[in-house]
Design a protein around this ligand. Structure first.
Ligand SMILES: Cc1ncc(COP(=O)(O)O)c(C=O)c1O
Length: 423
């Protein structure tokens, strides 16, 4: 058993009944899925979550609930901030905040002066899109149907403000790894006026994970900058800042890092700060730093101070092991269901193109109402909670998102339900 796993199991064991037996598992080789189905281990991890037990909750894409040690830390910090008041905020907040930045930067493989903490991915991405200052009149911006609605709205705003055009593309369904790179290459070749491209690493609509590094590199050869929406990827997939390769990225920490709600991160690669104008509300002293690209005002101090505990839990379970587990839980329902006539699984089998989230559509059921009805039937008849998603050009769908507290039985229950629904 490796050190990080031992620490986690000790922590989990201390919190639950003292008597359960822990099955030692092999160390987790980086990037391997050899522990993805080590159920003794994952049962221990699941015990660290206090969640509603009377439904099978497969809708964990909204945000990621905190594991117990993280929730306890957050409550402690709320009490501390409330107790110590401005004495804390004026005397020790700055140093403690900087220490959190150092830990986040280390975990992401970034420099401390490349990141700032935000209240979520939206705040980070709004700062990047609103601040991007290299567009000239007559140029264009590009985004796809699988991007997030708020970021699409921001790109429209950016284009209008800069007197630029908007090019909207529809991601092919189904997609392949090389097909996605070729798709974006052709889209940029056909539209040479595009100079800013929005890329969503993992789509919140279908779960498709695009080969972001390759697309960013290809775009760079055409002098196109990419802003990457990584709201759903860091913590669900295992990667560093360099693995994405983009100069401008918006991250979320309250989904897959399991931080308190209200935490995200903006990333601007060294040397690119001047290409994002400061937030109009940023004071003079913040103009030369990434933190001046968003201006948050007074923050939830306790949420920020809890980030080290969230990162610790994330690192103790292991980013590679988490990624493998999510894929495993997804595969258990998605691959058998793909074989059913009448079920369209909206992420490919290729493990590079999905993580844990995957949506499905019953053939011909393309309206929002159709998919609200499918999701309702899953809850009413099978006790399985999912959510419908809209905005995909080929039609609405139902999204399925397992968490670390889900078991293989939860995925298998969905596979069984879909068999019944399509019989
Ligand atoms: C792809 C994507 N981008 C951005 C966001 C917004 O994230 P936040 O709630 O942290 O602002 C979400 C939230 O679900 C998302 O799925």
């Amino acid at each position: 058993m490796n050190q990080s796993r031992r620490t986690l199991l000790k922590g989990a064991a201390a919190l639950a009944a003292p008597s359960f037996t822990i099955t030692a598992a092999a160390a987790i080789p980086h990037g391997s899925n050899s522990t993805a189905n080590d159920e003794a281990y994952w049962r221990e991890v699941a015990k660290a979550y206090d969640v509603k037990q009377d439904i099978i909750n497969l809708e964990n894409g909204y945000w990621g609930v905190m594991a117990r040690p993280v929730a306890e830390r957050y409550i402690e910090q709320v009490k501390r901030v409330n107790h110590d008041n401005s004495y804390f905020a004026r005397r020790s907040w700055r140093d403690e905040h900087n220490a959190v930045i150092a830990q986040l930067a280390a975990a992401l493989g970034a420099d401390e002066d490349e990141i700032a903490i935000t209240r979520g991915a939206t705040e980070a991405l709004k700062g990047l899109i609103a601040g991007y200052n290299k567009l000239e009149p007559g140029q264009a911006v590009m985004y796809a149907d699988l991007d997030y609605p708020e970021m699409i709205a921001m790109m429209d705003w950016r284009a209008a403000k800069s007197s630029c055009d908007v090019v909207r593309v529809t991601i092919p369904e189904p997609s392949t790894h090389d097909g996605l790179i070729a798709f974006y290459k052709k889209a940029l070749t056909d539209n040479p006026s595009v100079k800013l491209l929005l890329l969503t690493h993992i789509s919140n609509r279908t779960g498709l994970a695009i080969p972001v590094k390759e697309i960013v590199a290809m775009a760079r050869t055409k002098n196109v900058d990419c802003i990457v929406d990584a709201a759903h990827s860091w913590g669900q997939m295992d990667f560093s800042a360099d693995d994405i390769g983009a100069d401008f990225v918006g991250y979320n920490l309250h989904k897959w890092i399991g931080a308190p709600i209200g935490a995200g991160m903006i990333y601007i690669r060294k040397g690119r700060l001047d290409d994002i104008s400061p937030d109009p509300g940023a004071p003079d002293y913040d103009q030369d730093h990434v933190s001046g690209r968003i201006h948050t005002g007074t923050v939830d101090f306790a949420a920020v101070l809890t980030l080290p505990e969230a990162l610790k839990f994330h690192l103790d379970v292991g980013p590679a092991a988490k990624a493998a587990r999510f894929s495993y839980l997804r595969d258990l329902w998605a691959e058998p269901s793909r074989a059913l006539p009448g079920v369209e699984v909206l992420t490919p089998d290729d493990s590079r193109l999905h993580a844990g989230i995957t949506s499905f559509r019953l053939t011909g059921k393309t309206t929002p109402e159709d998919n609200i009805a499918v999701s309702k039937r899953l809850l009413d008849e099978f006790n399985i909670f999912t959510v419908h998603r809209v905005g995909v050009a080929a039609g609405s769908c139902v999204r399925v998102t397992p968490s670390l507290y889900n078991s293989p039985d939860d995925s298998l229950a969905l596979a069984k339900a879909l068999k019944v629904v399509t019989a």
